[in-house]
Design a protein around this ligand. Structure first.
Ligand code: TEU
Length: 552
């Protein structure tokens, strides 16, 4: 082991600043709020903080619609706050990773405004196309947030492409001037001292043919597109590639593993690692998220093991995670947020934190925060949820059934305010102010940071111990991975090996006792961590949601 920053032994903590901590009582989280909680984050032992965007934005998609990449949105603070955040995090041994959204910009961005004013130089920053002779949009592609991906501009009698909201116009990466502007933005933030970037939907930037998709929503034409590797290599070489310690993670929407070997290969000159999402679609119907289907555990294991073993074979690196600001809370999704809340939250944490890859903890996950308790559509704020509530009813669902689906799948499940204590508004914002922008979960009286930091037996302290274990055992950071019990209906288990050492992670994924007949022998092993007070004798008898980590 060395003290050099090495993303293989690092853990990243993700912050969604709007929902993290509000320092001025206006109901919106801000950068000063983040700064005030740095000791709490450092207490977990993490190495990096990834913050989602706080740049100038009209906030139609909570900052993923950037209007100015060089300035901080006043709702979040000032440039001085950013500099303080970087410096104060650095004092605690934590590097900042900023979130770079370059597939699209806000239609409030100066580039788009100039394009709309008819300036040909800036018009070519975007993807404008003529409609079909019959008056239809250029292609039948669908926006990820519902509806057509094209918006008509009468002044030009043309459409522009928006894979997300109509206020998020896709950039034309074919244009070298666009790529140069992006490199400038990256260098600006690197000079401020950030130590990493997360790149939003970066595998969608290279658009292929603009053709109708007879079998799908259009994604096959722009996902992992024709010039994607060329663009990433160029960006890498022109900016962070010169610094071997700089860490980058690409968010890869509907990607293939073959492309990820290159995106995140050790020697391919693109990115450090990738987020892929196939394992988080096991409660979808194919790509359709807005349905209610039970999670398929067999599929979950197959997908996770495939990505674990094949990425290793190709010398490529995964980001490993259950949660982010777009996903429902994992303890509700794959665990049991009532009877076995603590056991299932800690079991799920153990499964991810002993994998080969860099673990990401999303704010509140370390407390076992659950999905929202919203009972009415008026309580939701996310543009995607509100769109689909309407679309589902257009498709014939009753309002109550549409609401049920939104409650289960909404991104707002991840975005309710961080639960700091048991007071009114959970310590997120002033108790006598206007209140938070999104409702606090009523269970903050039970599930909150103050209580869990004080309780050595809490979910929070379990996460802290898992983070420490990755630093203690090289086998976790560097070891090979071998799936165990691949066809077992109830157990998630794997073996890691490294320089004569061996680690076995065993998890009972369900709330029933289990007798695992084919359990590997743990004789001569030491139990490094487990989520039951009474230590297990071996891996054969598993209690509800029990997790065990054995080492020799
Ligand atoms: O998300 C990319 C993305 O495609 C999704 O996770 C999306 O939210 C989901 O598929 C919808 O069902 C990234 C950001 O993480 C997300 O917050 C942004 O809204 C999106 O890009 C657009 O910038």
């Amino acid at each position: 082991s060395t003290n050099e920053p090495d993303f293989r032994r690092s853990v990243v903590y993700q912050i969604y600043p709007k929902s993290f901590c509000d320092s001025n009582g206006d109901g919106l989280g801000d950068l000063k709020g983040v700064i005030s909680k740095l000791d709490y984050i450092a207490g977990l032992g993490v190495d990096y903080i990834w913050s989602t965007p706080f740049f100038v934005s009209p906030q139609h998609d909570n900052g993923y619609d950037v209007a100015d990449y060089y300035n901080v949105d006043p709702a979040y603070g000032t440039m001085e706050d950013v500099e303080t955040l970087i410096a104060e995090a650095d004092k605690r041994g934590i590097g900042l990773m900023f979130d770079m959204v370059f597939n699209h910009v806000s239609t409030d961005h100066e580039w788009f405004r100039r394009a709309m004013a008819g300036d040909p130089y800036y018009k070519d920053f975007f993807i404008f196309r003529k409609g079909k002779p019959n008056g239809d949009p250029p292609t039948n592609w669908e926006s990820k947030f519902g509806g057509s991906a094209w918006r008509y501009v009468p002044e030009f009698d043309e459409y522009y492409l928006h894979l997300f909201d109509p206020t998020q116009a896709d950039l034309n990466w074919e244009n070298e001037n666009v790529r140069k502007e992006i490199q400038k933005i990256l260098r600006f933030w690197m000079d401020k001292g950030v130590r990493g970037f997360r790149f939003d939907v970066i595998n969608l930037i290279s658009k292929g043919a603009f053709e109708d998709d007879e079998t799908g929503d259009g994604r096959r034409f722009y996902t992992d597109g024709p010039k994607i590797h060329q663009y990433l290599q160029e960006m890498n070489a022109a900016t962070f590639g010169g610094d071997p310690k700089f860490v980058t993670v690409g968010e890869m929407s509907s990607t293939t593993i073959e492309n990820c070997y290159r995106y995140a290969g050790r020697t391919t000159g693109e990115l450090s690692m990738v987020f892929s999402f196939h394992h988080l679609k096991v409660d979808f119907m194919g790509n359709e998220k807005w349905v209610l289907v039970p999670a398929d555990f067999g599929k979950l294991k197959r997908i996770m093991f495939e990505w674990q073993t094949k990425m290793a074979e190709h010398d490529a690196w995964n980001a490993v995670f259950w949660c982010n600001h777009d996903q429902p809370r994992v303890v509700t999704r794959f665990g049991d947020d009532e009877r076995h809340w603590k056991e299932s939250a800690t079991m799920l944490a153990t499964v991810v934190h002993c994998l080969r890859g860099t673990p990401y903890i999303y704010q509140g996950e370390e407390l076992g925060m659950t999905n929202t308790d919203f009972t009415s559509i008026d309580q939701f704020r996310d543009v995607e949820s509100l769109n689909y509530y309407r679309i589902l009813q257009d498709r014939g669902l009753k309002p109550a059934d549409a609401l049920r689906i939104v409650q289960i799948h909404s991104r707002d499940n991840a975005r309710t305010p961080m639960q700091w204590d048991d007071s009114r508004y959970a310590g997120f914002t002033a108790p006598d102010g206007p209140g938070p922008w999104l409702g606090v979960n009523g269970n903050h009286t039970r599930i909150n940071a103050a209580a869990e930091v004080a309780d050595p037996d809490s979910v929070y302290h379990y996460y802290r111990r898992l983070v420490a274990l990755r630093k203690e055992l090289d086998v976790i950071a560097y070891g090979d991975i071998e799936p165990l019990a691949e066809h077992d209906p109830q157990v998630f288990a794997y073996r890691r090996t490294w320089e004569g050492h061996e680690l076995i992670m065993v998890a009972n994924f369900y709330g029933r006792d289990y007798r695992w007949r084919d359990a590997p022998s743990t004789e001569g092993f030491k139990l490094m961590i487990g989520n039951y007070d009474e230590a297990p004798a071996d891996a054969r008898t598993l209690r509800p949601f029990e997790a065990q980590v054995w080492y020799r």
